[in-house]
Ligand binder design. Structure first.
Ligand SMILES: *Cc1c(COP(=O)(O)O)cnc(C)c1O
Length: 320
């Protein structure tokens, strides 16, 4: 296994992606702060290119391809945001991309991926193993597989969002980070360790799929069935083997948020901050609101990880 990334890798990733990635805004709301009794800093990766932080890791990983890898192309498997991120990064770098996507992925995500010029290979998310399909394609066609979270260059790239947040806000007492396979959380932990060593860092997963929390308690990676939750970006069945040791050693705790809490935070972001976040993107905010009592008078960071949600689904969730 390659070496695990360090904060140095996050710094180098940041230099690599800076010309292409947005330095996303950090939003605040006085009214929300007053209600919660703390100071909230929202790092808005829903406003990142292609609508999620995933562009950071994908662009960093693809930038590091050698000439042969660039010529042959990249393959990725994803239910959405990683697919779009790899497709966009590949088109910017002139690398051919093949994306393995569930045949029932949201139409907008499928269209966006194809729109970046990628070839889409559909699979059945309930009966087929996307990792196997991705690996087979890589072998048959000589493509380089870039996984959504279990890769040192992806993890380092994802850490650049928290790095920007700490650079902008200075000291934070806590940081809440959405958690699926652990790419974003492991990268955020590297950034926090270097820039804000006293900051408590929480991973937040959907209540229906708390494999990360169980893995932390067990001291080893726990596998679960695909959880039923509206947080489709965190419907992972297990943490990655590379993110896991960093999370195990550095995270303060892993907590959960219910679907109802996610919808409530989507509503708060839309009505008060005028921004659209997808359900998965609200995991951190939902958990921070739930734990506000424990951080009274403190400075709390949240990563709003993505904003890719169909408008029809957005409206249905908010009116439900
Ligand atoms: C992928 C994704 C996550 C989870 O990230 P991991 O690196 O897999 O933990 C969270 N939010 C959004 C919007 C995502 O696309």
């Amino acid at each position: 296994m390659e070496q695990l990334p360090t904060y140095d890798d996050v710094v180098r990733a940041h230099e690599r992606i800076a010309p292409q990635a947005h330095r996303t805004p950090v939003l605040t709301s006085r009214l929300t702060d007053a209600e919660l009794g703390l100071s909230l800093f929202l790092k808005c990766e829903n406003l990142q290119r292609m609508g999620a932080f995933k562009f950071r890791g994908a662009y960093n990983a693809l930038s590091l391809f050698d000439a042969d890898q660039r010529r042959a192309g990249v393959v990725a498997y994803s239910s959405g945001n990683h697919a779009q991120a790899v497709a966009l990064a590949a088109s910017l770098l002139g690398i051919p991309a093949t994306i393995v996507m569930p045949h029932d992925a949201p139409a907008a995500k499928l269209a966006a991926t194809k729109g970046y010029g990628a070839e889409v290979v559909p699979y059945d998310r309930w009966s087929e193993d996307r990792e196997e399909i991705g690996r087979a394609l890589a072998e048959e066609r000589g493509l380089t597989l870039v996984p959504p979270y279990d890769h040192p260059h992806v993890m380092a790239g994802q850490g650049t969002a928290a790095k920007e947040l700490f650079e902008e806000t200075g000291h934070l007492d806590a940081l809440f980070v959405p958690l699926g396979g652990g790419g974003l959380l492991s990268g955020s932990l590297l950034a926090a360790g270097a820039l804000a060593p006293s900051c408590a860092v929480y991973g937040v997963e959907p209540e229906a799929g708390d494999d990360g929390r169980r893995s932390l308690r067990a001291g080893e990676i726990v596998h679960i069935d695909t959880p039923a939750t509206i947080a489709d970006g965190a419907q992972t069945q297990h943490l990655g083997i590379r993110p896991f040791p960093l999370i195990r050693d550095l995270v303060t705790d892993i907590v959960t948020a219910s679907d109802a809490q996610l919808v409530d935070s989507m509503r708060l972001l839309a009505s008060r901050m005028k921004i659209v976040a997808e359900p998965t993107g609200c995991l951190g905010l939902a958990a921070a609101r739930e734990r506000a009592e424990g951080y009274r008078g403190r400075r709390v960071g949240v990563i709003i990880s993505g904003g890719n949600v169909d408008m029809a689904r957005f409206a249905a969730l908010l009116s439900g």
